[in-house]
Design a protein around this ligand. Structure first.
Ligand code: XCC
Ligand code: SF4
Length: 630
């Protein structure tokens, strides 16, 4: 087994040694067994869209097949494969959002789901023209939820949230026909267009992908975030800890992994029930230790401070500690490998969603109608499993870092209010943030997001880029597994200000924030769109004018492709640390990294070296500043 990929992470490296002893297979073993990657697939040149194929286009021009049986060129095949990734990514985020809207629609004051943030509900009701006077909150919530549900399938009109974007951006979308219509419709239309014999034009395929991606960012994802905040509370700043060291020797350890807070919130409530804690003590444990991973980990840490066991690549390592009573999952980013791995230990791998059943797992379906009872049943399984733990197999790495989390847009603004000059009197805006950017105290802002990917050293790209940027007075906001990398690396502490340039350090001190702000899960990238948009609006500009970038240093999922595409289409330059599978088409690659800028004022950059990537970002920010004359 090659451990080189883990060079950066000594904690995990010690566990991979243990895997050998325990006979457990990990991602790195499978990576080795896979040997060389498929050269056609790697360049996006393999098409298996119809049964005349699969067709593979030779990457060398003039040598080998240059067209599929139907005549599709490299450009067409690459663009269709890309479009399908955008469609799948958009469906994942959006279907998650639909589940949140569904539980909001069933909320009531006696049920398991109750509106937690009434203020946010009323604001959204107002934004959507829902009558609030003299109505019960539940009643308002149901109407708002119904409107949200209709955003998925309405036959006419465009996504409601696009009106939150700066005016010039909205205008551009309208002119270019990028305004996303119903979410399901965009996904279906895009899938339709990739069918054999439909779109045979890479430019058009990309444009359709861009519109669909906006149905994710300004549709599904934003609905997911807004409604989650209303139902489960808008995150506020709080402390937590991160890394595998949060797993406790003498507790019932439960790993919450996946994405949807309508499930994980209920598990948190179930685990807090006195009867559950008493039961854990009866079986000889000190209590219940819930720990989170991936975006579910982010959701529950943002709202409850639940400790973070780690990010995507650590899901197997958490089981490997031998101290995990149960891994409870819902949807997305869950290795099917966890089933086999759990068999090496006492760990119960519990799947709960009909959308993500996994062979070899214990399936206990989560029922929203009986949410709390349902999650209590699952937590009980974990508690009962404590007695089965084999202590001789336990190894918990003693590593964890403190982190401050919970920076929703509302919380960031509250912090900014603290530094508002009383004589200018503008509270409740992002003006102090835009002021320090304009003054040059901060050179810009970067949203660093996304997954882990064994093609690069785990967490190394995330952390390296973050450190380079904060050193150069660029404030970082982050979500997803990138946020967890930052938390583990100690970048979400007040002490991390010592790693910053003078300007950012001063901002951290005066505003009372760490230099890297945890904004939540990947659907919460909509929070980043929101805050960037507010700064642009405050200055009367478009997003593309600002010294602001998006970065996905270690991305791997289709969701990330959808995200990158909507971020660029929203006017924000995006840097990818893993090159997408598009290089087989020079034309398509040129569109993404170059000519797309003529359409939307932003482009992709592919750069796998994190230090070089950070420098490119800094140069771009200075270029934007020059253009603004600041
Ligand atoms: Fe999944 Fe969302 Fe990627 Fe992490 S960052 S590996 S998509 S959990 Ni979203
Ligand atoms: Fe081959 Fe065209 Fe069918 Fe793709 S759609 S598999 S290129 S014949």
């Amino acid at each position: 087994m090659s451990h080189e990929v883990l060079e950066f992470d000594v904690v995990s490296a010690s566990l991979t040694e243990k895997a050998k002893t325990d006979g457990a297979e990990l991602i790195w073993d499978r990576q080795q067994a896979m040997k060389a990657k498929c050269g056609f697939g790697d360049k996006g040149l393999c098409c298996r869209i119809c049964a005349m194929g699969p067709c593979r286009i030779s990457p060398v021009e003039g040598k080998g097949a240059q067209r599929g049986l139907c005549g599709a060129t490299a450009d067409v095949i690459v663009s269709r494969n890309f479009a399908r990734m955008v469609a799948a990514g958009t469906s994942a985020h959006s279907d998650h959002a639909r589940e949140i809207a569904t539980v909001m629609h069933m909320s009531n004051k006696d049920g398991n789901y109750k509106v937690k943030d009434v203020g946010k509900l009323l604001n959204l009701a107002k934004e959507w023209g829902v009558e609030t006077e003299g109505r019960e909150n539940d009643d308002i919530a149901h109407e708002v939820a119904e409107i949200a549900l209709n955003e998925f399938g309405k036959p006419f009109g465009t996504q409601r949230f696009i009106t939150r974007a700066p005016e010039p951006r909205q205008k551009l979308w309208k002119e270019k026909n990028f305004e996303p219509r119903a979410i399901d419709r965009e996904v279906v239309t895009l899938m339709h267009s990739t069918h054999i014999g439909c779109t045979g034009d890479a430019d058009s395929m990309l444009e359709m992908s861009m519109r669909t991606s906006l149905a994710d960012g300004w549709g599904g994802s934003m609905i997911g975030t807004e409604l989650s905040d209303i139902m489960f509370g808008t995150p506020t700043a709080r402390g937590t800890e991160a890394n595998l060291g949060v797993i406790e020797e003498n507790m019932v350890n439960i790993l919450l992994h996946g994405h949807n807070p309508s499930f994980s919130e209920m598990v948190v409530l179930a685990a807090e029930e006195p009867e559950m804690i008493a039961m854990a003590k009866e079986v000889g444990a000190d209590g219940i230790n819930l720990v989170g991973m991936c975006c579910t980990g982010n959701e529950v840490t943002m709202r409850h401070g639940v400790k973070i066991a780690g990010n995507f690549y650590q899901q197997e390592l958490a089981v490997l500690t031998g101290a995990m009573e149960a891994v409870i999952v819902d949807v997305q980013c869950i290795f099917p490998a966890l089933a086999r791995l759990s068999d090496c230990y006492h760990t119960k791998f519990i799947t709960t969603s009909p959308k993500a059943k996994i062979t070899g797992s214990t399936y206990i379906e989560f029922s929203e109608e009986h949410a709390l009872e349902s999650t209590k049943t699952i937590v009980r399984e974990a508690i009962m499993n404590y007695a089965n733990r084999d202590r001789s197999k336990v190894l918990i790495p003693q590593a964890k870092s403190k982190a401050l989390v919970g920076y929703s847009v509302e919380t960031v603004i509250q912090h900014l209010d603290k530094v508002v000059n009383s004589h200018t009197d503008v509270f409740n805006t992002v003006k102090p943030l835009s002021d320090v950017i304009w003054a040059g105290v901060l050179r810009g802002a970067a949203g660093i997001v996304g997954c882990n990917n064994p093609q690069v050293k785990h967490d190394k790209s995330h952390v390296t880029i973050m450190k380079e940027l904060i050193k150069n007075d660029v404030i970082v906001v982050t979500t997803g597994c990138a946020a967890q990398a930052a938390a583990k690396a100690g970048l979400m502490t007040m002490e991390a200000k010592e790693l910053c340039g003078r300007g950012l350090k001063e901002v951290c001190e005066r505003v009372g924030i760490p230099p890297v702000l945890h904004m939540g899960s990947c659907v919460d990238i909509s929070r980043i769109l929101d805050i960037v948009g507010r700064v642009a609006i405050e200055r009367g500009l478009d997003n593309s004018d600002l010294p602001v970038v998006g970065v996905a240093p270690e991305w791997m999922s289709e969701k990330a492709v959808a995200i990158g595409t909507y971020v660029v289409t929203s006017g924000i330059d995006t840097y990818l640390g893993v090159t997408p599978q598009v290089l087989g088409s020079e034309h398509f690659t040129d569109m993404l990294t170059n000519t797309i800028e003529e359409k939307v004022g932003a482009r992709f950059t592919f750069e796998e070296d994190p230090v070089v990537c950070a420098q490119l970002i800094l140069d771009r920010m200075e270029e934007k500043r020059d253009r603004l004359g600041i």
